[in-house]
Design a protein around this ligand. Structure first.
Ligand SMILES: Cc1cc2nc3c(=O)[nH]c(=O)nc-3n(C[C@H](O)[C@H](O)[C@H](O)COP(=O)(O)OP(=O)(O)OC[C@H]3O[C@@H](n4cnc5c(N)ncnc54)[C@H](O)[C@@H]3O)c2cc1C
Length: 768
């Protein structure tokens, strides 16, 4: 690794007396060529902002010099003597660092303290996506890097002779308070996420904060010299921030780029690696250190890493404001503080602490507690109520009360609310990650009306997400609050009878501005839940034509109270003959000169598609999560029936074909669940946008798998399976609609193919 510049390019503040250095090295550094005098070539490395580093060459020999910067320095920073000490200890222990050759505290030689080390010839990768190599080599290089980190953390401080190198136990606590102080000193505007993150970190310090290993503090791929042709680490550089502390802080820092917010680009870490995966890196680290793959509190360390990055970004911007920043793009750093802090907060809530293999989909402690409570609630209240509630819907079918909710259901809602099992789908309210919620939603999906008991049912969940994300304060107060309290319900009106609505740009319903109102005209159908007398509000999507805008900026969403004159429920639509009273029916609704105030528009004219993307965010796989519960219930019915009934002298399950169905059903459920959990995890870690392919895959795979299980169950149950005595027929009808209602399979398949082709082309480019 050699610097690109020439000696003349050393900027004035870093220049020093080269003759004096040459004389000194000639007398003190064994093997340093003495003759001919005046031929020492010195060039400065451009990377690294902290301790200036120089490439020295004389008589065919190369060395590297690292020195303190000139001028006044912070008391604890730029300690080159510490760098020298730690490198010396590590080199003696066989760890890959450049061999430190000489330390000089005499400031008369070049103006500051410095040390000289061996020059290591090899490769340094400045771009973390390693565009120079193919996926297999990239994977090998990253794994070599992580093995080296594990080796570093395996050393005993005493055997290295580094007792007292750090500041003792309490590293995490110190880090939180240091970065908080630095951030506060540099803050130029109030960023609530940063304050919340600081508070969360301070309140959630890991219980093993006394753990002390030697840590690097800035362990990144561009601080590593690799072998010129092999995936082997020759040297780890830049030990300025090394200290003793919790090793997971290093691991989180090294892997943090996997979670980098998509909104931040151009600051060196915008690209995300597919190979190796985060899991591969972490499991390799754990294997090398012989520690459990359950990295408890890893979310704390990731959140801390983001807090630190946000603090650093704020500091760079503060220095820019006073005209003292070295980086050219330092003015851009102000923009990244908020997204970094927000990502830190998200990570604090996520379940990434359990990161590998068997523990891959481990829930957070809160998630586990709530799941347990939901399971108990289901046993204690929901299953015993099933018969009565289904009977109510059956008996009211031909009466005026047809669309009303059974009183028992309302009582169950009150009970669930009192137990805090309420609005679990919304992370900002429940504090649960998608991974946490996936397992809870599956449990509630075992009974068709249970999601409503916990206020976690469609379409209210999607509508609440829209209002939560995009609503004004007034809109939230008027509609979101009563929805969250379960006092009212809602419907969503997008699909139209006269056009193919899977391409939503076909939509014809108009939303036209007239003075202080919008006037809505058009026909909608499949508005689920509109029959419920408690359905008080619709979110309607229509065209607010702007002929100059793109096809995707012509539509808007607007809030329409259900009692607005001109809004008329035309008829309920049946689903395979069911009127689906349990879900409030699916209605055709006409809008004739329906007038609402302009303040009812959500986010603004032309923003409908943007909202639709958000609405179909995490909520997009909630149906899938729930339907896995239905599959489990169906398989239970199948097995019970197969064990009860007998044909041709054998129990049904003793016929091999039935046994194989049972096995196939279990395979399908497990595969579908793994994909669902993987998608939930990816949403938690990387956000909806980066999980688009997985979301689409889940929406195709899960309904197919669940339908297969229900179909087998129907077959094993015989005639009973399609009758009203078993829930299977309704389950089948309901789950079959998911292959349309959440967007037809074909549309998802096209999305998956598009992303797959894109991913493949990236791989190809990397190979070239
Ligand atoms: C039970 C249920 C509840 C629903 N709830 C709601 C609701 O609350 N609010 C709401 O607005 N809507 C709701 N819908 C409507 C649902 O969103 C639509 O049915 C769906 O978006 C498809 O639109 P469409 O019916 O107009 O079908 P079309 O757009 O006419 O599509 C018909 C078929 O064309 C094929 N096709 C479409 N695009 C492609 C393609 N790119 N490649 C290949 N083939 C393609 C597919 O096979 C598709 O099934 C619900 C539907 C059901 C069944």
């Amino acid at each position: 690794a050699q610097p690109g510049g020439k000696s003349e390019s050393i900027p004035p503040p870093h220049r020093f007396d080269q003759d004096s250095l040459e004389r000194y090295l000639g007398s003190r550094l064994p093997g340093f060529p003495r003759q001919p005098a005046g031929t020492l070539a010195v060039r400065q490395y451009s990377s690294g902002q902290s301790n200036p580093t120089f490439y020295l060459q004389k008589g065919g020999q190369a060395f590297v010099l690292r020195k303190k910067p000139h001028g006044p320095l912070l008391p604890r920073a730029h300690k080159v003597d510490r760098e020298y000490r730690v490198q010396k200890a590590l080199f003696s222990a066989g760890f890959p660092v450049p061999e430190p050759l000489l330390y000089c505290s005499d400031v008369s030689i070049i103006g500051t303290e410095f040390y000289v080390m061996q020059h290591v010839q090899g490769r340094i990768f400045r771009d973390i996506s390693l565009p120079e190599v193919g996926p297999a080599e990239r994977s090998a290089l990253y794994l070599a890097m992580i093995e080296t980190l594990a080796l570093l953390h395996s050393f005993d401080l005493q055997s290295l002779g580094l007792q007292g190198y750090g500041r003792g136990p309490g590293y995490c606590k110190r880090q939180v308070s240091t970065w908080k102080k630095q951030y506060d000193a540099a803050a130029h505007t109030d960023i609530p996420a940063m304050n919340k993150l600081a508070e969360w970190l301070a309140n959630n310090l890991p219980p093993d904060d006394s753990e002390e290993s030697l840590i690097h503090g800035d362990f990144r791929i561009d601080n590593i010299i690799f072998h010129p042709t092999q995936a082997r680490v020759l040297a780890v550089l830049d030990w300025e921030l090394s200290t003793t502390g919790h090793p997971l802080a290093d691991l989180a820092y090294t892997t943090q780029f996997y979670f980098w917010p998509a909104s931040i680009k151009g600051l060196g870490q915008g690209s995300i690696l597919e190979t190796p995966s985060f899991e591969e890196l972490v499991s390799t680290y754990c294997r090398c250190r012989r520690i459990s793959t359950t990295l408890s509190n890893f979310n704390f360390f990731l959140a801390l890493s983001y807090f630190k990055m946000a603090g650093i970004a704020q500091g760079v911007y503060a220095r820019y404001l006073i005209g003292n920043a070295s980086a050219e793009n330092s003015h851009e750093f102000a923009k990244v503080v908020k997204p970094l802090a927000e990502r830190g907060l998200e990570l604090s809530k996520s379940s990434t602490q359990h990161s590998t293999s068997g523990e891959l989909f481990h829930q957070s402690r809160k998630g586990q507690e709530i799941l347990l409570k939901v399971k108990q609630f289901m046993k204690q209240h929901i299953y015993p109520a099933e018969k009565e509630i289904i009977k109510y819907y059956t008996e009211c079918r031909n009466s005026e009360d047809r669309w009303k909710k059974p009183p028992l259901l309302e009582r169950l809602k009150e009970l669930a609310k009192a137990e805090g099992l309420w609005n679990l789908f919304l992370p900002d309210v429940s504090g649960l990650s998608q991974l946490d919620y996936a397992q809870i939603a599956e449990e509630t999906g075992r009974c068709v009306f249970a999601p409503e008991v916990f206020n976690c049912h469609a379409p209210d969940t999607g509508n609440m997400e829209v209002l939560h994300m995009y609503g004004t304060e007034e809109q939230k107060k008027e509609w979101l609050e009563p929805l969250l309290e379960g006092k009212i319900s809602s419907c969503f009106c997008m699909t139209e009878p006269d056009v193919a609505s899977s391409d939503a740009t076909n939509m014809q319903c108009t939303i036209e501005r007239e003075g202080n109102s919008y006037v809505i005209n058009g026909k909608k159908w499949w508005s689920s839940g509109a029959g419920n007398p408690n359905c008080k509000v619709a979110i309607v999507m229509g065209k607010t034509k702007n002929s100059s805008a793109s096809r995707y900026k012509q539509h808007s969403m607007i809030i329409v109270p259900m009692d607005t004159p001109g809004l008329k429920l035309i008829r309920p639509l049946s689903v395979f003959g069911y009127m689906d009273e349990i879900h409030g029916g699916h209605f055709e609704i006409h809008f004739n000169d329906v007038r609402v105030p302009v303040s009812n528009i959500i986010l603004g004219e032309g923003r409908g598609f943007e909202i639709a993307q958000g609405r179909l965010g995490p909520g997009r796989i909630h149906h899938c999560m729930r339907s896995l519960g239905a599959a489990e219930a169906a398989l239970e019915i199948l097995c019970q029936r197969a064990a009860q009934r007998q044909t041709f002298g054998k129990k049904l399950y003793q016929h091999e074909v039935v046994a194989h169905w049972i096995a196939e059903c279990r395979l399908s459920i497990e595969q579908a669940r793994l994909l669902t959990l993987q998608t939930a995890r990816k949403i938690d870690m990387l956000g909806n946008r980066r999980a688009r392919k997985e979301v689409a895959m889940t929406k195709v795979v899960v309904p197919r798998a669940v339908l297969k299980v229900i179909d087998c169950a129907v077959q094993v149950c015989g005639g009973a399976g399609v009758s009203q005595d078993f829930p299977l027929a309704f389950m089948f009808a309901y789950i079959r609609t998911l292959r349309l209602a959440d967007g037809p399979d074909e549309v998802h398949l096209s999305t998956i193919a598009r992303w797959e082709l894109l991913d493949q082309s990236k791989k190809l480019t990397a190979k070239i």
